[in-house]
Write a protein that binds this ligand. Structure first.
Ligand code: ZN
Length: 220
C-alpha cells in the first residue's frame, strides 16, 4: 500500500536531473541523452584480462576516463551515494545486453573494516545492489572478508600489487560448485580480483566471472 502511494508520488515529482550537466532528463536514468553518448564505452576488453586464467569471463562496460572517472571519484570520496544507483543502472543495462551465463551469486569486493568506517559505505556493494535485485541474483556479502588493511593499489607496480594483497582476503564459507560473479567498481591489473577468485576457488567455487564498471590501465 505504502509502496504504491510512494510510486504515485514519485510520478508527480520532477525526475532527478542529469548527473553530468544538471539539465532535466526524460526517463528514469539521471543522465541526459547527450551525456549518455559521451560515456567512455569499452569496445573490447584487453586480452590480458579476457584470457586471465583466474576467471572464466570478464564484463566491463566502460573505460575509467572522463566524464565517468570524476563521477566515480565523487561517489567514493565526495559521498555522492545517489550516483551508485546510476552506475548500477548502467551496469545492469550492459549485463542485459551481454550474453552472460547467469551466476548464482554476486560477491561485491569487500572493503577492510577500517576503510568502511572511514567511508561509511562500500561503493562496490552500493553499485551492484540494484542490478542484483533486478536480475534476481542473491548478493553474497558475508563469505569473503578483507582481513588485512592494505595500502592503495594504485600507487604500486604489478609485482608489488601481488605482494601487497597476499593473504588480504579470507573466504570462510564452503562454496562447493558455486558460480560466482565478483564485482568491483574499477579494475586495473585485476590483482585484487585474482586474489579473491583464488580464495573462492579454494573453497570450491566452480566458475568465476569478473564484473566491473570501469577499467583503467596500470601506471607504467
Ligand atoms: Zn547531461
Amino acid at each position: 500500500m505504502l509502496k504504491k502511494v510512494y510510486q504515485k508520488l514519485q510520478l508527480l515529482l520532477p525526475s532527478e536531473p542529469c548527473a553530468l550537466c544538471n539539465q532535466p532528463v526524460e526517463g528514469e536514468l539521471p543522465l541526459c541523452r547527450h551525456c549518455r553518448a559521451s560515456l567512455p564505452n569499452m569496445l573490447s576488453v584487453p586480452l590480458a584480462l579476457q584470457q586471465h586464467k583466474a576467471w572464466d569471463r570478464v564484463v566491463v562496460p566502460y573505460h575509467y576516463k572522463t566524464p565517468l572517472a570524476p563521477l566515480i571519484h565523487q561517489l567514493k570520496f565526495g559521498h555522492k551515494l545517489h550516483l551508485a544507483r546510476l552506475f548500477g543502472r548502467l551496469m545492469l543495462e550492459h549485463l542485459q545486453q551481454q550474453n552472460i551465463d547467469r551466476p548464482d551469486q554476486i560477491l561485491p569486493i569487500p572493503l577492510h573494516n577500517r576503510r568502511l568506517r572511514e567511508r561509511g559505505f562500500n561503493q562496490a556493494l552500493e553499485i551492484i545492489r540494484g542490478p542484483a535485485k533486478s536480475l534476481g541474483i542473491p548478493l553474497n556479502r558475508h563469505s569473503c572478508e578483507r582481513s588485512r588493511a592494505t595500502p592503495a593499489q594504485s600507487r604500486l607496480n604489478a609485482a608489488h600489487r601481488k605482494e601487497n594483497l597476499k593473504g588480504a582476503f579470507t573466504v570462510h564459507a564452503p562454496l562447493e560448485g558455486a558460480h560466482i560473479a565478483i564485482f568491483d567498481d574499477v579494475i586495473t591489473t585485476g590483482t585484487t580480483m585474482e586474489m579473491v577468485a583464488h580464495a573462492l576457488k579454494q573453497q570450491g567455487a566452480e566458475t568465476i566471472q569478473i564484473w566491473a564498471l570501469a577499467y583503467t590501465p596500470p601506471h607504467r
